[in-house]
Ligand binder design. Sequence first.
Ligand code: XIL
Length: 413
Amino acid sequence: MVKSAYIASLLAACATPAVGQLHQLAVNAGLKYFGTCLDNSHTSDAALMAIINNSAEVGQLVPENGQKWAYVQPTQNSFTYTTADVIPNLATSKNLVLRCHTLTWHSQLPNWVANGSWTKAQLQAVIEAHIANVMAHYKGKCYAWDVVNEAADDSGAWRDSVFYRVMGTDFLPISFKAAKAADANTKLYYNDYNLEYNGAKTDRVVEAVNIIKAAGAPIDGVGLQGHLIVGSTPSRANLATVLRRFTALGVEVAYTELDIRHSSVPASSSALTTQANDYANVVGSCLDVTGCVGVTVWGMSDKYSWVPSTFSGAGEALLYDSNMNKKAAWTAVSSVLAAKATGTAKPSSTTTTLVTSTKATSTTAAPATTTTASSSTGQARWGQCGGIGWTGPTTCQSPYTCQKQNDWYSQCL
Ligand code: XIL
């Protein structure tokens, strides 16, 4: 494929008004939400907020930092919610799904906890007091809480945290029992990264779920953070296998912090295409697994991402570039969602071309191939090429063909 033609077609796709936006497409594909984290300091960026405030695009928010222990209980028994409430208030005012993040975690943990010298009973009381107070403050507002975050390390060992050192694995069921007592109606999640590779760390987290259950504690979900690397992201089928390992334990799953970083930046156009495919595989795996409820990206725009400051030299991990333009990855995600969308899901309050259609169609029927002409013009792979309300290009670049997915979405595959 000629690179300049590919880029031109992507730009054309971006300039065309979207028929369906990510959250709306996700809901129509059977998920509960498509969402993002948001940090308080980013809410003053009008261009970013134009994306966030489009509730057809973003249907779920999670505070990137505000609810962490260091902010809500910086000194013992002194709880403060000024910082923590900013994003939850925004989500509530817009009637968005709110994921709450996070309670028992070794990081962004104040020194008084991390460096305290505790007996097991004392640290249990500290955990219980923290969870009781924070969850009471948000009672009834959170779709889910990340109750325990990152208890396994990358080798597959239990992480060497103050919690594990003092309590062994007992801090797991203790945290979940405290959470249930504080708010019985929110989903209680274990959340971690690098579970996607199905290695020793994944095994350890399967064990964590089993330990929690064996202790008689409740657990509703496992969050796969999804901090992944372009070109090293597992296949859609392998990702689905991992998700099914957890749903087989009787919990739901979600991608909770998805970003797929380039190891070096700026990314080449071919790297952007690989990133788009990686994103399609991750989101597609969620669509493939009953019990995968949603996808949360860890930021909407490359302008605001934790990646460059955390992974030296890496970046450009998100769906919009730093000028708030949609990247090829956005197109890939919208396409994979649209391909699954049936239009039978409950419409949101936001009116888009997609939700005004009430006609349900089957995605299992053989797709109609409407265009087979070999061409260097037209839409690139994954691009939209037809559907109700579509006014953009209806042909595809060779070797892709325009395939009908449903009444409102045909795409180049
Ligand atoms: C990150 C935030 O994005 C940064 O702003 C902050 O400086 C550090 O934490 N796993 C998690 C998230 O569960 O809370 C982390 O968020 C990223 C890794």
